[in-house]
Write a protein that binds this ligand. Sequence first.
Ligand code: ADP
Ligand code: ZN
Length: 724
Amino acid sequence: MYANVLIEYNVKSLDKCFTYKIPDKFKNTIKPGMQVIVPFGKTICNGFVLSISDTYNDEYEIKSIYQIKNEEIVLNDELLELGKYLKETTLCSLISAYEAMLPSDIKVRSNKDHNKYVSYILLNWSAYDTEKYIEEHKRSKKQIAILEELIEFKEILKTNISGTSLNDLLKIGIVREEKRQVYRILNNDKKVDNIKLNEEQEQVYNRILFDQNTVYLLHGITGSGKTEVYIKLIKKALKLKKTALLLVPEISLTAQIIKRFYNVFGNDIAVLHSGLSNGEKQDEYLKIIRGEVSVVVGTRSSSFAPLTNIGIIIVDEEHSETYKQENNPRYDAIEVLKKRSAYHNCPLVLGSATPSLDSYARATKGVYQLLELKSRAKKSILPIIHLVNMEDEYKKRNMIISDLLKELMAERLKNHEQIILLLNRRGYSPILTCSNCGFTYKCPHCDINLTYHKTSNHLRCHYCGYTVLYKEKCPNCGDEALNDLGLGTEKLEQEINKLFKEARIIRMDADTTTKKNSHEDIINKFMNHEYDILLGTQMISKGLDFPLVTLVGIINADQTLNMPDFKANERTFQLLSQTSGRAGRSDIPGEVVIQTMNPTDYTLNCIKDNNYAMFYKHEMINRKNMKYPPYYFLATIKVTSRDYELLSKESLKIASYIKREYKSGEVLGPTMALMYKVNNYFNMQIIIKYRKLDNLYQVLKTIDEMYILDKKINVEIDTRPKSI
Ligand code: ADP
Ligand code: ZN
C-alpha cells in the first residue's frame, strides 16, 4: 500500500504530492486527511496523506512513512476537495490552502503536543486488597487517608494530594496516575432562553427551508432581532440531528453575541477567533473534529470548521470585509461557504442591515432569496438623523463639534444617558506642518504623513510603524511654528474633555486596545455605565447593543466618503448606518448627528432617511457607468519592488502579456498604487475588469509562476479584491 503525501514545504514550485510506502504496522490506521511524518531529502517533514493506492509506478526507489503524527483525521474528504477549489480560484498553493484551514497548533509544521492534561490518582488494587493492606502494614496517617478516600470516591485530582506520601504509594503500586485531556474553555453560563420570535421574525424563520441548498439574504434593519432568528434556525438544525455554523465578523467586538449563544446552547458550542490562545484554539478545534459539539461560532477561518452533517450555515453582517482574507490564500469566506452549503445541501443565510451591493444585486435578480425584517424587535423606533453642515459651523468657529451636537450631548449627560462618537482616525492629528516654511512631517519609508500622538509625544507612521520623538521646533527652519492640522481620536477626546468637564470618557481605537481582552473590557465598562461617552474609530460601529445609548455623533462623515476607492460610498453607507443603529435600541428614542461638508451628498441623505433601496438604486447607476462590480468582476495584480526602474519595466511587461493573452476583459495600468511607497518598497497595480472569466485564471497563473523564484520582484494576484 502506498500513500500520496503533500509535504509541508510552502514553496509554490514544490506544490505536489510524493509517494511513500505505508509500513505494515500502519496499514489499518493511515487514512487520507491524516498528518504523517516522512523522510524528505536529507531531513524529515510533516505532511498530509491525500490519497492511498495499491499500486505504484515510478522508476525511483521509494521511501516509507516514518510515523503517524496525529491520530485524528484533520482534513476530511470535504476539506480535501475544498483545498483544491481554493488553489484553483485564488491561485494559492495546495499546502497553503490546507494550512489556512487548521489552527496553528495542528498545522503540519508544529510537532509539539499542545493538549492540556489533568492527572488523577486511582486505585490500582481492588478495594478488598487495599483494605487488607492497610490492616497488615503500618502506613502513615496521610497515606491511609488517601487510600480510604480512593476506596470511597474511586479517584482524586492529583493536585489535591501532597508529594511524598503519594510517591510511596505509587512506588508500591497500590495506586496509579492517569492523565486525561481537558479543554481550556468550558462554559458555565446558565441556560436562559425565553425570547419568543415576533410575527415578522417568525415569518422569516418559516421561509427558510432545510435540506435544500438555497442562499438567503436576510436584510433586517439594526435592532430587528436577526440574532434571535439565527438561534431559532440553529435549534431547528439540531433538532434534525444536524450541526450548524455561524460566522461573525470580529469576535472581540461581538462578545455579546457569543454570550447569547453560550446562554442558549451551553457547552454544545465551539468558538474560534483570534482572541483565543493557540492552546484554546486547538482545544476548540478538537471538540469539533471529535464530534463533541454541534454548533460552531467563529470568525473568517472557521468557515473551514471540520463539522460534518451541516444543517445550516449563517453569516452575520455579511457585508463585512473581514470575511475576505487579504493575504495568501486570498479567499472569500462567503464563497467558501457557498461551496460547503452545496456539499451539505443546506441553506446558507447571509444577514445584514446594510447588505453589500453584490449580495443585494444577486437578491434582486433572484440568485439569492431576499428576506426582510423592517421593524425593530423591541418596540423602539429608528433614530432621527440630522445632517449638519460644517461649513456653517466653521464660520461660527466650531471646528470640531457643532452647536447641535454640543446641545444634544449636554442634554443626554444631564439625563444620565450614554453617547457614542465616531471618528475614523486614530492619533492626535494626522498632519503637522510648519506655518513658517511649509515643512510637513512625512515618513521617510512610506508615501504618507506622520500622525502625531500627543500622549506619547511621538510622530508615527501608520503603515510601517516608523516613530520619531516630537520636538516643538520645526526640523527644517527651526521656528516654533508647527501646527497640527486635522483631527484624530486623541485630540477629540481632549476636546470633549474641555467641553464637558464632568463627563466620563473612554476611547476605543487601535492604540487603546493592544492588550488581549481590552476590547471586551472597554465594552463591559461602558455597558456598566462606568463611562458616559464612548469615542473611537470604526471598531465601535459593529454589533453592540447598549440600551442607554441615545445619541450617536459622526464627527467627520467626509473622511470615508472621500476615500479614493469605488467602494467609498458603499462603505460610508454601511459604517454610518451601522453606527447610527447603536442609538435608541431600547425604550428611549435615539438621535444621530452627522457632521459633514457635503450635506447634499446622496449617500448621506439615504443614510438620513434610512433608505437602503434608494441608495442601492443610485449607487448601481454609478457602478454601471464606471464599469465596477457588481456589473463587472475585478482582478488585481500588485507588483512590488525596492527597485523602481525594474518595477516599471516588469509591470509593463505583465500588463502587455495579459492584454495579449486574455481578450475578454479590459486591462488597466500599470499605475502607481494608492500607497505607492510603503516601507521602502514601491507598489504598482494592474486592474482587470471583466464579465467573462474565459482563460483569465490560466493567464494569471502563468504570471504567478513566472515570478515565483524572482527575489527582486514580488507579484500578488487577487482574484476577488474588495477594494482597489
Ligand atoms: P440585530 O442583530 O438585528 O441588530 P439583535 O438581534 O441584536 O438585532 O436584537 C436587538 C434587541 O432586540 C436585542 O436586545 C434582543 O434581545 C431583542 N429582541 C430580539 N428579538 C426579540 C423578540 N422576539 N422579543 C423581544 N426582544 C427581542
Ligand atoms: Zn512608514
